[in-house]
Design a protein around this ligand. Structure first.
Ligand code: NAD
Length: 345
């Protein structure tokens, strides 16, 4: 049968893949010759919103379709750029063009579920096709029941996904995610009595020297064991820079005079994406500190940090999927900003 479009694009996280996603893809495949499934939030470190890796999600989706259907599907893993919809859009357009060549017969499929679906309006060059809502299914509630160790609605998900979720319950990753779920739930309960939803203010330090960044390993939930920037909540009686320097000293024992560190601040930026932290709305003020010395200063993990060390940029890139929240994007922001300043972008 002739299809209406040569290519279709379908964006999602599929955490987990449910019958609503399945129906939407089946519908899209009736309209297009080839469907590009954009696997969003690629390389995000495991958390209760994004528990499963891109490879796991692709493999599970494949198990839900016939060989004929899968022969018409391509996956396009896509990183988030929380600070820049433009970067995200351009990466999708580039990835789609690499698959579709110069075809102009492209439609984007999706369901305008709520304000989080705003991204569907960002592709005016492609026809938008609403897939409709299937049975009010919602991946957030499936995850909530699953990580709260409640009976999750297994009839909302295709059988291969259900089998996977059952097996996943025996893993250490599941235990970690359940702990994290309880931590976030309790945290949100504590703050639920506040007259207004809280907005937390944090600071982060991006300290670099000789191609290395100073990082810590988180000692506790959320993100226990993940690599992070030294940083934390601002105290009521301190300035942003004082808070940043305090957290830096507490977590890394970096023993340099505050005046030297202040002089070495070459850039700063506010990262305020509403979804950047699972604890709740958290605005961070990040500072880029460039040190110059022959030797990397001695550091030791302390306070909220199990470990502190200097990681090379290459190692950092290789461990992107082990980096807490948007900290990898924060580092990337400063490095690319620096390269632009130096005219070598
Ligand atoms: P999702 O898996 O929650 O949803 C995928 C699709 O399924 C959506 O169209 C959704 O509306 C639809 N859907 C949900 N419930 C349905 C139901 N019951 N019946 C039928 N359809 C249903 O994925 P998502 O979170 O919408 O994915 C968006 C991705 O794009 C994320 O990875 C996000 O981070 C990314 N993104 C990134 C940026 C940026 O980095 N600047 C900006 C926007 C979006």
């Amino acid at each position: 049968m002739t299809k209406s479009y040569q290519f279709g694009v379908y964006v999602g996280r599929f955490q987990p893949f449910h019958h609503g996603h399945l129906r939407s893809i089946e519908f899209a495949l009736t309209k297009v010759e080839k469907l590009i499934i954009v696997l969003g939030s690629h390389q995000v470190a495991m958390n209760i919103r994004n528990p499963w890796s891109t490879a796991e999600r692709a493999e599970l989706i494949e198990q839900c379709f016939s060989a004929e259907q899968m022969s018409r599907v391509s996956f396009l893993p896509m990183r988030d750029w929380l600070d820049s919809d433009n970067m995200w859009l351009n990466s999708i357009k580039k990835g789609v063009a690499e698959i579709s060549g110069d075809s102009r017969s492209i439609a984007i499929f999706g369901h305008n579920k709520d304000s989080s679906s705003y991204y569907l309006d960002l592709f005016p060059q492609w026809n938008f096709i609403e897939t409709g809502n299937y049975a009010g299914l919602n991946a957030t509630s499936i995850r909530a029941a699953y990580f709260d160790r409640q009976e999750y609605p297994s009839d909302s998900i295709p059988a291969p996904i259900d089998r996977f979720l059952q097996q996943f319950m025996a893993t250490d990753r599941y235990q970690t995610l359940c702990e994290e779920y309880q931590f976030i739930k309790k945290y949100q309960q504590i703050w639920s009595v506040a007259p207004y939803p809280p907005i937390f203010v944090t600071t982060d330090a991006v300290v670099v020297q000789s191609g290395h960044v100073l990082v810590i390993r988180r000692k506790a939930s959320p993100g226990k064991g993940l690599i992070a920037l030294p940083g934390g909540f601002l105290n009521p009686d301190e300035t942003l820079i004082d808070g940043m320097l305090r957290e830096l000293a507490e977590e890394t024992c970096l023993n340099l005079p505050a005046a030297v560190l202040r002089d070495a601040i070459v850039d700063s930026h506010i990262f305020d994406h509403p979804q950047r932290s699972l604890r709740g709305r958290t605005i961070t003020h990040a500072y880029f500190i460039e040190l110059e010395s022959d030797q990397l200063p001695q550091v030791t993990g302390s306070d909220d940090a199990e470990q502190a060390w200097w990681i090379s940029f290459a190692d950092l890139v290789a461990q992107e999927d082990c980096i807490y929240e948007d900290h990898f994007q924060i580092i990337q922001y400063f490095i690319s900003h620096k390269n632009r300043r130096l005219g070598c972008a």
